[in-house]
Design a protein around this ligand. Structure first.
Ligand SMILES: [Zn+2]
Length: 292
């Protein structure tokens, strides 16, 4: 079922973990812990060169690894600037223009594919999705879209055993075309989070919803949320601009933004795969920027 929620049902953006103080990865108080886990994972799988780069990352010699909080901070600020510039160009830069922006901007999540944990499969899923966005961009010439792809690891056996979140399981099964109980591996859920800029009254939002429903036909495969009306626009944008850059290092067994807190840590093997993926699919290829 296509999800389009009212303002009072929106994702509570204060649960989204990216803020102005740039907490390291998704867990503000555990940044050091996360860096250690990444290093251990890389070294355990013989990736000493990457581990060295990660360790010595600094503004003059950035490691550009997805799980680096230092690099992530820079990407976050650049994404936030782009969002704010687009907002100002599209709606205007006076404080009263924020009302229109708040009313018509949408935070949209699309699940692209559940694929094997292989660079080739992940790249293929992103490539295919980009083709879809190309046709989107041609069709919707007045709708700027800004965001990123994100790769979430799904520990399928753990999910099945835990019996967690039947909704998420059902969506993944529909996308995969198989029962998850037949799958005995960790898989990658390729998805994206974007901000879309609409104007009221021109019907674009309805047409975009229709397009998304057609291209993402499974239940909960797309989610469209308005911004929180009671929250200051700049706070919402700060949180949402960096939301796809969370690079979690625990499994999230549910659709809940905070569901990862109940999940177990990603094993070193898969964590090192994810970090190494940064070299194959760099941040420049993870960006989604249409018409802005
Ligand atoms: Zn770095």
């Amino acid at each position: 079922m296509f999800e389009c929620l009212n303002a009072d049902q929106a994702i509570p953006t204060d649960q989204v973990s990216v803020g102005i103080n740039l907490p390291p990865i998704a867990e503000p108080k555990k940044g050091v812990h996360v860096r250690k886990r990444v290093l251990v994972a890389l070294r355990a799988y013989g990736d000493h060169e990457l581990a060295d780069e990660y360790e010595r990352c600094n503004p003059r010699d950035l490691c550009r690894l997805h799980h680096c909080d230092r690099c992530r901070g820079r990407w976050f600020y650049s994404a936030l600037n782009r969002v704010n510039e687009t907002k100002a160009l599209f709606y205007g830069s006076q404080p009263y223009h924020d009302i229109e922006a708040k009313r018509h901007m949408r935070h949209v999540t699309g699940l692209v594919a559940l694929v094997r944990l292989s660079v080739r499969a992940i790249k293929a899923a992103i490539k295919e999705c980009k083709k879809g966005f190309q046709s989107f961009s041609k069709k919707f010439k007045n709708v700027p879209v800004l965001g990123f792809y994100e790769i979430e690891l799904i520990n399928v056996p753990m999910m099945v055993q835990a019996g967690a979140c039947p909704e998420k399981r059902r969506t993944l099964e529909e996308m995969l075309g198989r029962d998850l109980s037949e799958v005995n591996e960790v898989m990658a859920l390729v998805h994206w989070h974007v901000l879309m800029f609409f104007r009221g009254g021109n019907g674009d939002e309805e047409k975009v919803q229709k397009w998304l429903r057609k291209h993402y036909p499974h239940r909960r495969q797309v989610r469209i949320d308005p911004l929180r009306w009671e929250q200051d626009l700049s706070d919402s944008l700060k949180k949402l601009a960096g939301y796809p850059l969370k690079n979690r290092h625990r499994y999230n067994l549910s659709f809940d933004t905070h569901g990862y807190e109940n999940g177990n840590y990603i094993r070193p093997k898969e964590l090192s795969f994810l970090v190494k993926l940064s070299r194959e699919v760099p941040i420049s290829e993870m960006k989604i920027r249409l018409r802005c």
